[in-house]
Design a protein around this ligand. Structure first.
Ligand SMILES: NC(=O)c1ccc[n+]([C@@H]2O[C@H](COP(=O)([O-])OP(=O)(O)OC[C@H]3O[C@@H](n4cnc5c(N)ncnc54)[C@H](OP(=O)(O)O)[C@@H]3O)[C@@H](O)[C@H]2O)c1
Length: 248
C-alpha cells in the first residue's frame, strides 16, 4: 500500500524526449522518483544524458538514453523500437524536446520558421504517431510540453508562439482522435528560472509582473508532468499553465 502511494508509477514505462538536461531532466527525475522505468532521448547532449541516466538509476528504476532527432522519421522509429525493447513496452510518452528562439517579426526567415515548426510541432506529432501502437496496447498517456507562449502572443517570438499554439491544438485533437485508449494532455510552462545568468535581469523583471511574485522552478514543471502521468485517464485534452498566474 505504502509502495503504491510513494511510487505510483511502479511498473510503468516512460519515454521522454530531449531530457538530458533542464526541464526534461527534471521531469524524468520526477517520474523515476515515482517508480517509472525511463528512456530519455538526447540529440547533442550525450554527456549530460549519461549523467542523467546515472541519476535516474539511483531511484532503483531502469534507465536508458537513446540518441534521437525528432525531426527525422527514421530516427524516431528506431528510437521507439529501442525504447520498447529496453523497457518492455510503453505506458507514457512525454514530448519535451523543442527549440526556443527570439527574433523580431520582420527578421524571421522561412528557414527559421520551418525549423521551429519541424522540431516543436511536427516532432511531437511524429513521435506520438510512431508511439501509438505501443501506447494503445497499454492504454497509455501522452504528455506534451506546450508553453505560455502558445497561449499568449509574444511579439518577438512569432514562430515559437505559433509552434506551441499548434502543440496545444495537437493535444486536443489527439485527445479526441486517440480516445478511449490514450489520454493526451499538455503542460504549458510560463517563466521558469533555470539559473541561466544571461537571463537574470529579464527573469527579475518578469517575476515582478507575475501574480505569484516569482518565476517558476523546474521541479514545479516536473510536478505538473507527474500530475498528468498519475492522473485519472478521464482527464484528457487539457492544457495546464504552470505560470504563477502570469497568463491571467
Ligand atoms: N524553459 C522554459 O522556461 C520553458 C517555458 C515554456 C515552455 N517550455 C517548454 O518545455 C520544454 C522543455 O524546456 P527546456 O527549456 O528544458 O528545453 P530546451 O533546453 O530548449 O530543449 C530541450 C531539449 O530538446 C532537444 N532537442 C531540440 N531539438 C531537437 C531535435 N530536433 N531532436 C531531438 N531533440 C531535440 C535538445 O536536446 P540536446 O541538448 O540533446 O541536443 C534539448 O536539450 C520545451 O518543450 C519547451 O518549449 C520551456
Amino acid at each position: 500500500m505504502a509502495e503504491s502511494t510513494n511510487r505510483p508509477l511502479n511498473g510503468k514505462t516512460v519515454l521522454i524526449t530531449g531530457a538530458a538536461r533542464r526541464l526534461g531532466r527534471a521531469s524524468a527525475l520526477a517520474l523515476a522518483r515515482a517508480g517509472a522505468d525511463v528512456a530519455i532521448t538526447f540529440r547533442n547532449s550525450a554527456r549530460e544524458a549519461q549523467h542523467t541516466v546515472i541519476d535516474l538509476s539511483s531511484f532503483g528504476v531502469r534507465a536508458v538514453a537513446l540518441r534521437c532527432d525528432i525531426t527525422d522519421q527514421k530516427s524516431v522509429r528506431r528510437t521507439l523500437k529501442e525504447a520498447v525493447k529496453e523497457l518492455g513496452g510503453l505506458d507514457i510518452l512525454v514530448n519535451n524536446a523543442a527549440n526556443y528562439e527570439t527574433a523580431e517579426f520582420e527578421k524571421i526567415t522561412l528557414r527559421q520558421w520551418d525549423a521551429i515548426f519541424a522540431s516543436n510541432t511536427r516532432g511531437p506529432f511524429l513521435v506520438s504517431q510512431e508511439a501509438l501502437k505501443y501506447l494503445r496496447e497499454r492504454r497509455g498517456k501522452i504528455i506534451n510540453m506546450g508553453s505560455l507562449g502558445g497561449l499568449r502572443p509574444w511579439a518577438s517570438h512569432a514562430h515559437y508562439c505559433c509552434s506551441k499554439a499548434a502543440v496545444h491544438m495537437l493535444t486536443k485533437v489527439m485527445a479526441k482522435a486517440l480516445a478511449p485508449e490514450i489520454a493526451v494532455n499538455c503542460v504549458a510552462p510560463g517563466m521558469i528560472d533555470l539559473g541561466d545568468k544571461a537571463a537574470a535581469a529579464f527573469m527579475k523583471r518578469m517575476s515582478k509582473l507575475t501574480p505569484a511574485r516569482r518565476n517558476g522552478t523546474g521541479e514545479e514543471v516536473a510536478d505538473a508532468v507527474l500530475f498528468f502521468a498519475t492522473a485519472p485517464h478521464f482527464i484528457t485534452g487539457q492544457i495546464l499553465a504552470v505560470d504563477g498566474g502570469l497568463g491571467l
